[in-house]
Design a protein around this ligand. Structure first.
Ligand code: CP
Length: 319
């Protein structure tokens, strides 16, 4: 294969030294990450080894909530770039002896970590920690507050299917209230020029004070009218006091994504889902597995490419 040409970093280099929130990035840095993810995607598509950009660097993954896609794609991303990748074995760590997240992260930093990838249910933990840390910290999921690398990989996936973000209508459907993915996507996609809609029953809609730029619909039919992309979300039962008992009642009939309900959207509309999917709850299997309409596995593929881009840019500043 011809070697892919590496995108040029922003004029002022890649200055961000943390990725906790989409607002940690300038527009130029966001576009650089999208281009860098495309560059790494070209290596991954051909199963070719990318340059060892992180040789001699140490990446530490610290996941205090369950994860499949984010934890494994960060691990793979670091390995592919030649980093030493270590995973905190939470169930067997000193967290179980009462050590705090703060002291654990300080310990990982003192061991020489160049980047700490942290997932926690504590929405403010990353911000509190970053002031005290000299290494890079990346938010791999913070309560319902944000999941910026998911939004970035979603944007990279969207770019493969649509020419421009300008005026693109993205309907985010389901449990928007408890979704960190919805929060980061609303931030990022509106910054990129897309129109973001929240489509949910009233009890799953975020507070009105939040996300002023998102349009709100409680009818699936109206919310999907004219949509180019429908992002389905799972019920985040772990963040609901009743484990979703009320929200689940009649949900599939009113809000689930199927080939039939996707007809409310534009004729070429695509369906996305950050995963994990709950088949027969927020999306049916026929649509989730339809390669013509579903971008779900492309999102997973771009998860590795985008996390390679984020690690490279944050640790080496893209130079
Ligand atoms: N999308 C996402 O964050 O998936 P995981 O919980 O499996 O990491």
């Amino acid at each position: 294969m011809t070697t892919p040409s590496r995108p040029v970093p922003p004029t002022a280099a890649f200055a961000a030294n943390r990725l906790i929130d989409i607002d940690d990035l300038t527009d130029a840095e966001i576009y650089f990450l999208l281009d860098l993810a495309d560059y790494y995607a070209r290596y991954l598509e051909r199963a070719h080894l990318p340059p060892n950009r992180l040789a001699g660097r140490t990446q530490c993954n610290f996941f205090l909530e369950p994860s499949t896609r984010t934890s494994l794609s960060f691990e793979l991303a670091g390995q592919k770039l030649g980093a030493n990748v270590i995973n905190v074995p939470v169930a067997h760590s000193s967290i179980k002896k009462g050590e705090s997240i703060f002291d654990t992260v300080q310990t990982l930093a003192a061991m020489g970590s160049d980047a700490i990838i942290l997932r926690t249910s504590d929405a403010d933990a990353h911000k509190r920690l970053s002031d005290k840390l000299r290494c890079v910290i990346v938010n791999a999921g913070a309560g319902a507050a944000g999941h910026p690398t998911q939004a970035l990989l979603d944007a990279a996936t969207i770019r493969t299917a649509f020419k421009s973000f300008d005026g693109l209508v993205v309907a985010i459907c389901g449990d928007v209230k408890h979704s960190r993915v919805a929060a980061s996507n609303a931030q990022l996609l509106t910054r990129l020029g897309a129109v973001v809609r929240f489509v949910a029953p009233p009890e799953l809609m975020p507070d009105l004070q939040l996300f002023h730029r998102a349009e709100r619909f409680t009818s699936l039919k109206k919310g999907l009218d004219g949509a180019d992309i429908v992002m389905a979300l799972r019920m985040q039962k772990e963040r609901m006091s009743d484990q979703g008992d009320v929200a689940m009642r009649g949900y599939f009939e009113k809000f689930a994504m199927t080939h039939q309900t996707l007809q409310y959207a534009r004729p070429n509309a695509k369906v996305m889902h950050p995963g994990p999917i709950n088949r027969g709850v927020e999306i049916d299997s026929a649509l989730a597995d339809d390669p013509e309409r579903s971008l779900i596995l492309r999102q997973v593929f771009y998860g590795v490419a985008m996390r390679m881009a984020c690690l490279d840019a944050l640790i080496t500043k893209g130079i």
